[in-house]
Each structure stands twice: as structure tokens, then as C-alpha cells.
Design a protein around this ligand. Structure first.
Ligand SMILES: [Zn+2]
Length: 209
């Protein structure tokens, strides 16, 4: 986060907060905080994919995607528990704020920011691999239950807050498979961006004989 903030100067620094959640996920809310789950960090084998996850969320701030959300959220949000924060973010932001265009814009911004901060861009894309593995796990379950899952499961019926977060996350992924660009597409778009902005190969210089 320090490396990303340095190249964002003079924009105000963002703060990364690690949440103890089992789903590999990152999200943000109005304010200066970007949230990332401990499990996402644990799946990453280097700093680059973590940087990309954080930079994507930073991108939503720097590109002005959250400006409309300010009025929906009450002050004092940081006193909430991680579960409540996650629910709030998933409920408010995922349905009303995120769209295909905003996601792709945040991805492109993140890739550029990571490059400026010295991270290897292809290594950054490992973040999408991790999210893909997780989504595939869930996709297998959806393959069994189909879209009935969204119809049959009601988070309001669950009293335990952890169960509720789990169901909300499942619903979040189910909904986002439709409204978001697929992880495969995000990866292809970013690979194209890397190829288009790659430095030209060095000319071969013969050794003096
Ligand atoms: Zn996003």
C-alpha cells in the first residue's frame, strides 16, 4: 500500500485494512480505507497480486466511482465489525455502484498503478487466478443448484451473522457473474493492455570482433 500511495502523490494516501474472512475478497467503501481479506493475501505467493487487488479498489476511489455512494453511507462506519462492513459493502456497492465499465476501468488503472510502483504486471494477474479458482469452486455448486440458489436462499432467514455473511457472499458471486465482466475477460483485456504497452524488444547489438 505504501508503494502504491507513493506513486499516487499528491492524492491523499489510502489505508489498507486486513479482515479475517475466509473468502478471498477485496472491497472498498467511501473514505480512505481499502479492505482485503486475510485469505486473499494468503493465496498470493508474492506482493504483486496483493498490490493489484488493493490498486483495483484504489482505482474505484481515484476514478471517482464512489462519489455517488457517499450519501448512502452514514458516518461512524469504522466502528462496525468486519462482518457488518462486508455486508454493507456487498449490499450497497455491488448492486448500485459497480458495473462492467467501472470494473474494467478500475482494472486498467490498477495495472498501470502497479507498474509505476514497480510490480511485475503479469505477476499482478495472478490475483485473477485466485479469484477464478474460488469462483470455479462456487460455480460447481451452482452447476448443481442452478439459479434456484438465488431464488431459494434468503439471508434474512439466517440468524447467525457468519452464516449470513457466507450466504451474502455466495449471492454476491452469483449476481456478479452476470453483471460483471468475467474473470476470463478481465484477464484477456489486461493481457492485451500489457502487450500493447510493452517496451519494444532491445535491438541486437553484435559484439565487436
Ligand atoms: Zn471493482
Amino acid at each position: 500500500m505504501a508503494a502504491l500511495n507513493e506513486v499516487r502523490l499528491p492524492l491523499p494516501a489510502m489505508i489498507g485494512e486486513v479482515l479475517w474472512m475466509s473468502a478471498p475478497i477485496a472491497f472498498t467503501l467511501p473514505g480512505r480505507y481499502v479492505y482485503i481479506s486475510r485469505s486473499l493475501i494468503e493465496f498470493c505467493r508474492s506482493d504483486a497480486p496483493v498490490a493489484f487487488a488493493l490498486a483495483h479498489e484504489i482505482g474505484h476511489h481515484d476514478l471517482g466511482h464512489l462519489e455517488r455512494a457517499d450519501r448512502w453511507l452514514a458516518p461512524g462506519i469504522l466502528t462496525h465489525t468486519p462482518e457488518k462492513l462486508a455486508l454493507l459493502a456487498l449490499d450497497v456497492l455491488s448492486r448500485r455502484l459497480y458495473s462492467r465499465e467501472l470494473e474494467l476501468a478500475a482494472d486498467a488503472y490498477a495495472l498501470d498503478l502497479c507498474q509505476q510502483a514497480g510490480f511485475d504486471r503479469k505477476e499482478c494477474l495472478r490475483c485473477l487466478d485466485i479469484l477464478t479458482h474460488y469462483a470455479l469452486d462456487h460455480h460447481d455448486l451452482d452447476g448443481v443448484y442452478g439459479s434456484d440458489y438465488e431464488l431459494e436462499v434468503d439471508p434474512e432467514q439466517v440468524s447467525n451473522s457468519i452464516d449470513r455473511v457466507y450466504i451474502e457472499l455466495r449471492l454476491w458471486f452469483a449476481r456478479h457473474r452476470r453483471s460483471h465482466p468475467s474473470l476470463h475477460e478481465r484477464r484477456q483485456v489486461l493481457l492485451r493492455r500489457i502487450a500493447e504497452t510493452a517496451p519494444p524488444p532491445r535491438a541486437f547489438t553484435p559484439r565487436p570482433s
